[in-house]
Design a protein around this ligand. Sequence first.
Ligand code: AMP
Length: 750
Amino acid sequence: MGNGQAQARGTGDQESLFDEKALAAAATDPAARAEALRREIEHHTYCYYALDAPEISDAAFDSLMRELREIEAAHPELVDPSSPTQRVGGYVGEQFAPVRHARRMYSLDNAMDLGELDAWMDRIVEAYGSLPPLCCELKIDGSSIALSYDVASGGALVRAATRGDGTTGEDVTANMRTVKDVPLRLRACALKAVRGARGAQVGGNAARADAAGLAAAGTALAAPAAEPLELRGEVYMPKSSFDSLNAAAEASGRAPFANPRNAAAGSLRQKDPHVTASRDLSTFMYAIADEAALNLPGQWELLQWLREAGFHVNPDVARCTTREEVRAFCERAVERRDQLPYEIDGVVVKVNSFAQQEALGFTARAPRWAIAFKFPPEEKTTLLRDITVQVGRTGVLTPVAELEPVVVAGSTVARATLHNLDEVHRKDVRVGDTVIVRKAGDVIPEVLGPVASLRPDGAQAWEMPAACPSCSSPVIREEGEVAFRCISIDCPAQALERLLHWASRGALDIDGMGEEIVSRLVESGRVTDVADYYSLGEAELASLDMGRVNKDGEPIRLGHTVAAKLVSAIAASKARPFARVLFGIGMRHVGKTTAEALAAAFPSMDALAQATEEQLAEVEGIGPKIAHSVWVFLRTPDNAAVIERLRAAGVTMADEVMAPGEEVPQTLAGLTFVLTGSLAESGLTRDEAGARLKAMGAKVSGSVSKKTSFVVAGEAAGSKYDKAVALGVPVLTEAQLLAIYETGRAPEVE
Ligand code: AMP
């Protein structure tokens, strides 16, 4: 399945980012609007940093942030310390040890065009009377990294940390050590410079302290000598490595990364450093946490020093003294962007002198002495070959632009959603047009509009078909709705989408149940709704006709190996948490977050089905529209029947909740577990699996020692497995882990 298709498919009925009505309502109430924006921003921050899977483009994210900032500027009473505007964007996960940065890792303010860049330079001129020397660098589109070197003991690399939320990052030392251009030791000449600077600093401090009449100044001020030297930069993945990584992912059926930046961030946050090592990451270093640690006048000189110290430093830098030079550097970067072997998303302009930087200082989130000039989103023209219609799982018909493939911002675009009929008319795009395609922040491609002068004669305005392209039932448009829908319950396209959604990763996660197999199951009439999955037998699956023939003209069948795997994946899906069932069942407007909120408030299907619309609407994050949709869904007899069959098959219909006062028996107290590898069979994340063990009284540790009671080894278990074997710690399979959950008892060991 290509990217475009996935995106078009996702546009139907997910929780919508731009819910027109909610936005319109909030527009008149700044407090509500600010709160809605904060929630949305927090969600996307999580997708971006924690999941490495952004749902919206950078440009869209920036514009949400910008709007929030504008509201807060106009209504200072609405500013809240927990607002995303008050911190550096980021996320600290739980997989890696937290690292508190000795000095904050800031974000950068953006200039979205040359006008805004000029406005920033105006402010600098205001402060200094004229433009001081500036240092222009490329803005590398990767992940921030801080590398610490122990100067006292010969300059060895002692720690690498991500930016995280700016204050606290994650310890990724083991992974960064695998990145080939990261020096594991500073070069001797560079080290000398640091020691020299430190000597001067301590001496200087002592002199200052003496002047202030302080006793014991030497001891009070000698501390810096022991501090590691922290250097900062960007870790990135070259475009060519990104392409081969994604090609390999697609070939093996894994989800591709959205862009090289996510690939870099994802590769850096691997539990197993061998994986990171295989990912071909590189760095460009450009900063130091504490400028005073080196006796250098400014940024330009720091870059020279970093080069001498052995770091990879980007060669495309310029020292500029006029606005024209700065603008020319930015324009040249825009032109050269495509030819560079790595992604850049702008230019960073910095006041060169460290003394001036210090005087200008920082705002809450960014330095005043630097600005990021962001590139305009990339646009290309291409031919609109056709407009097809995709039927979503709730019957919404979405027009999709079928494009002559074109490379935009680093990846090929062949399809793009046109959202709905109104949008097609508003943009006035017609089959045969040459259209302008944009990829803002390189996530979701968008058709901006036609090049009017290139329209072929006779091109007709596009209309929604009167009949569903999948089942030929009449298509309707409800009063006040933008969307056209096919409301036939027998529509195979809807069935296919619903079935695929149920089996997808965020839902019931039936490994291997992909589009080809599900299509064949639907076409053969074997599966029509999600409950049918649970009555599939191995022999029946093995004989499934795949609609192709081998070289002897015989039909190709699914076969026993795949069938057996599918049967156990289907069985494993029964144990997914209740929220996943609510998400997977495909109620309109119920995305993942909403499903989690519902499951938290009503932890069983019965409780949910008994709730009134008003009770549903009282749940945090659930408005009347969602409440109505859930209420209607659960009262529709066909849906209730499917739910009953799922229940009978043993699919989770309730989260285990304790009666008030009741406690989970602590049957695993005193035992320590270590989890390694991916728990593919149960579909639980390691955090989820660990949480269940902890709930039963166990300790869950990140490393294996003699004191470890059990190591649970999932798929592709790594060095922890080897260590367990070496230390004689019993190793459990995932099936044994599931048995522990069920019985509450750990296996006996001799
Ligand atoms: P943003 O994440 O959009 O706020 O942009 C700030 C980030 O840009 C910093 O945290 C760095 O990771 C990154 N960056 C990339 N190249 C540079 C550079 N040459 N100088 C400073 N920051 C850079």
